[in-house]
Design a protein around this ligand. Sequence first.
Ligand code: NAD
Length: 245
Amino acid sequence: MKGKVAVVTGAAKGIGKAIARKFAEAGAHTVILDFDQNNGEETAAEFSRDYSESLFIKTDVSDPESLRKASDQVLAYFKRVDILVINAGISYLHSIDEISIEEWQRVLRINLDGSFYTLKAFCDHFVDNVGKVIFITSGSAITGTGGGMHYASSKAGQHGLMRAASKEFGPRGINVNAIAPRVIQTDILDTLYPDDASREELLKKIPLRRIGQPEDIANLALFLASPESSYIHGQIMLADGGRTY
Ligand SMILES: NC(=O)c1ccc[n+]([C@@H]2O[C@H](COP(=O)([O-])OP(=O)(O)OC[C@H]3O[C@@H](n4cnc5c(N)ncnc54)[C@H](O)[C@@H]3O)[C@@H](O)[C@H]2O)c1
């Protein structure tokens, strides 16, 4: 990945950070887009020190203007984009009576609208007729569990977006795929399963009997970002320890 430029949204922590680190270890320049300034700056500084140059740009993926500015900045700085990971997302485990209209709109705006805005802001920056777009979606889109109705709907929407994007971008030499995690050890998981009892119950449902780590998703992202996966296109890859099927 030497010389390649990888843009990852929501990379200040969690799965996005693990993916960006994996790319940085492989030699890529990374762009950390996140609205968490402290963790974002720290991440970019760490990657620049330990691997290759990394840029943090404070960005709100629910704001198209913020993304447009970020994409202009990336183009001015690195002159190209090779890999785009659409990862930023939020989740609430709420039932219908707990979901206000504002909360519904917030989840859809960040998870689904934000995915489209990100794609639209960066899709013309791929060069050399090769590119990789990876959506981080969720098994929730398939099972309806692990978040509220807003979360599952936003993630199912991402799958439609990914499939439509694969039809449009395939002829341009850009691979588009989705990784659908289920339970991965990050802050989102701590909100969804806050105590030991709920964790124990959860483990019983996972045939591999462990909660996934951000690196499990990063390893798959590295493969999907590499030339070795060049004939994999328009796919949703569950990374769930065997829990779903
Ligand atoms: N952790 C899991 O179990 C799990 C399971 C399935 C899918 N996912 C998906 O993986 C992705 C990453 O989740 P995570 O577990 O690493 O979460 P996380 O909360 O650890 O990290 C999410 C990151 O996204 C950023 N972010 C949120 N809203 C943003 C916005 N509007 N603009 C810019 N940045 C924003 C946050 O600041 C944070 O850095 C999400 O799309 C999530 O839905 C996670």
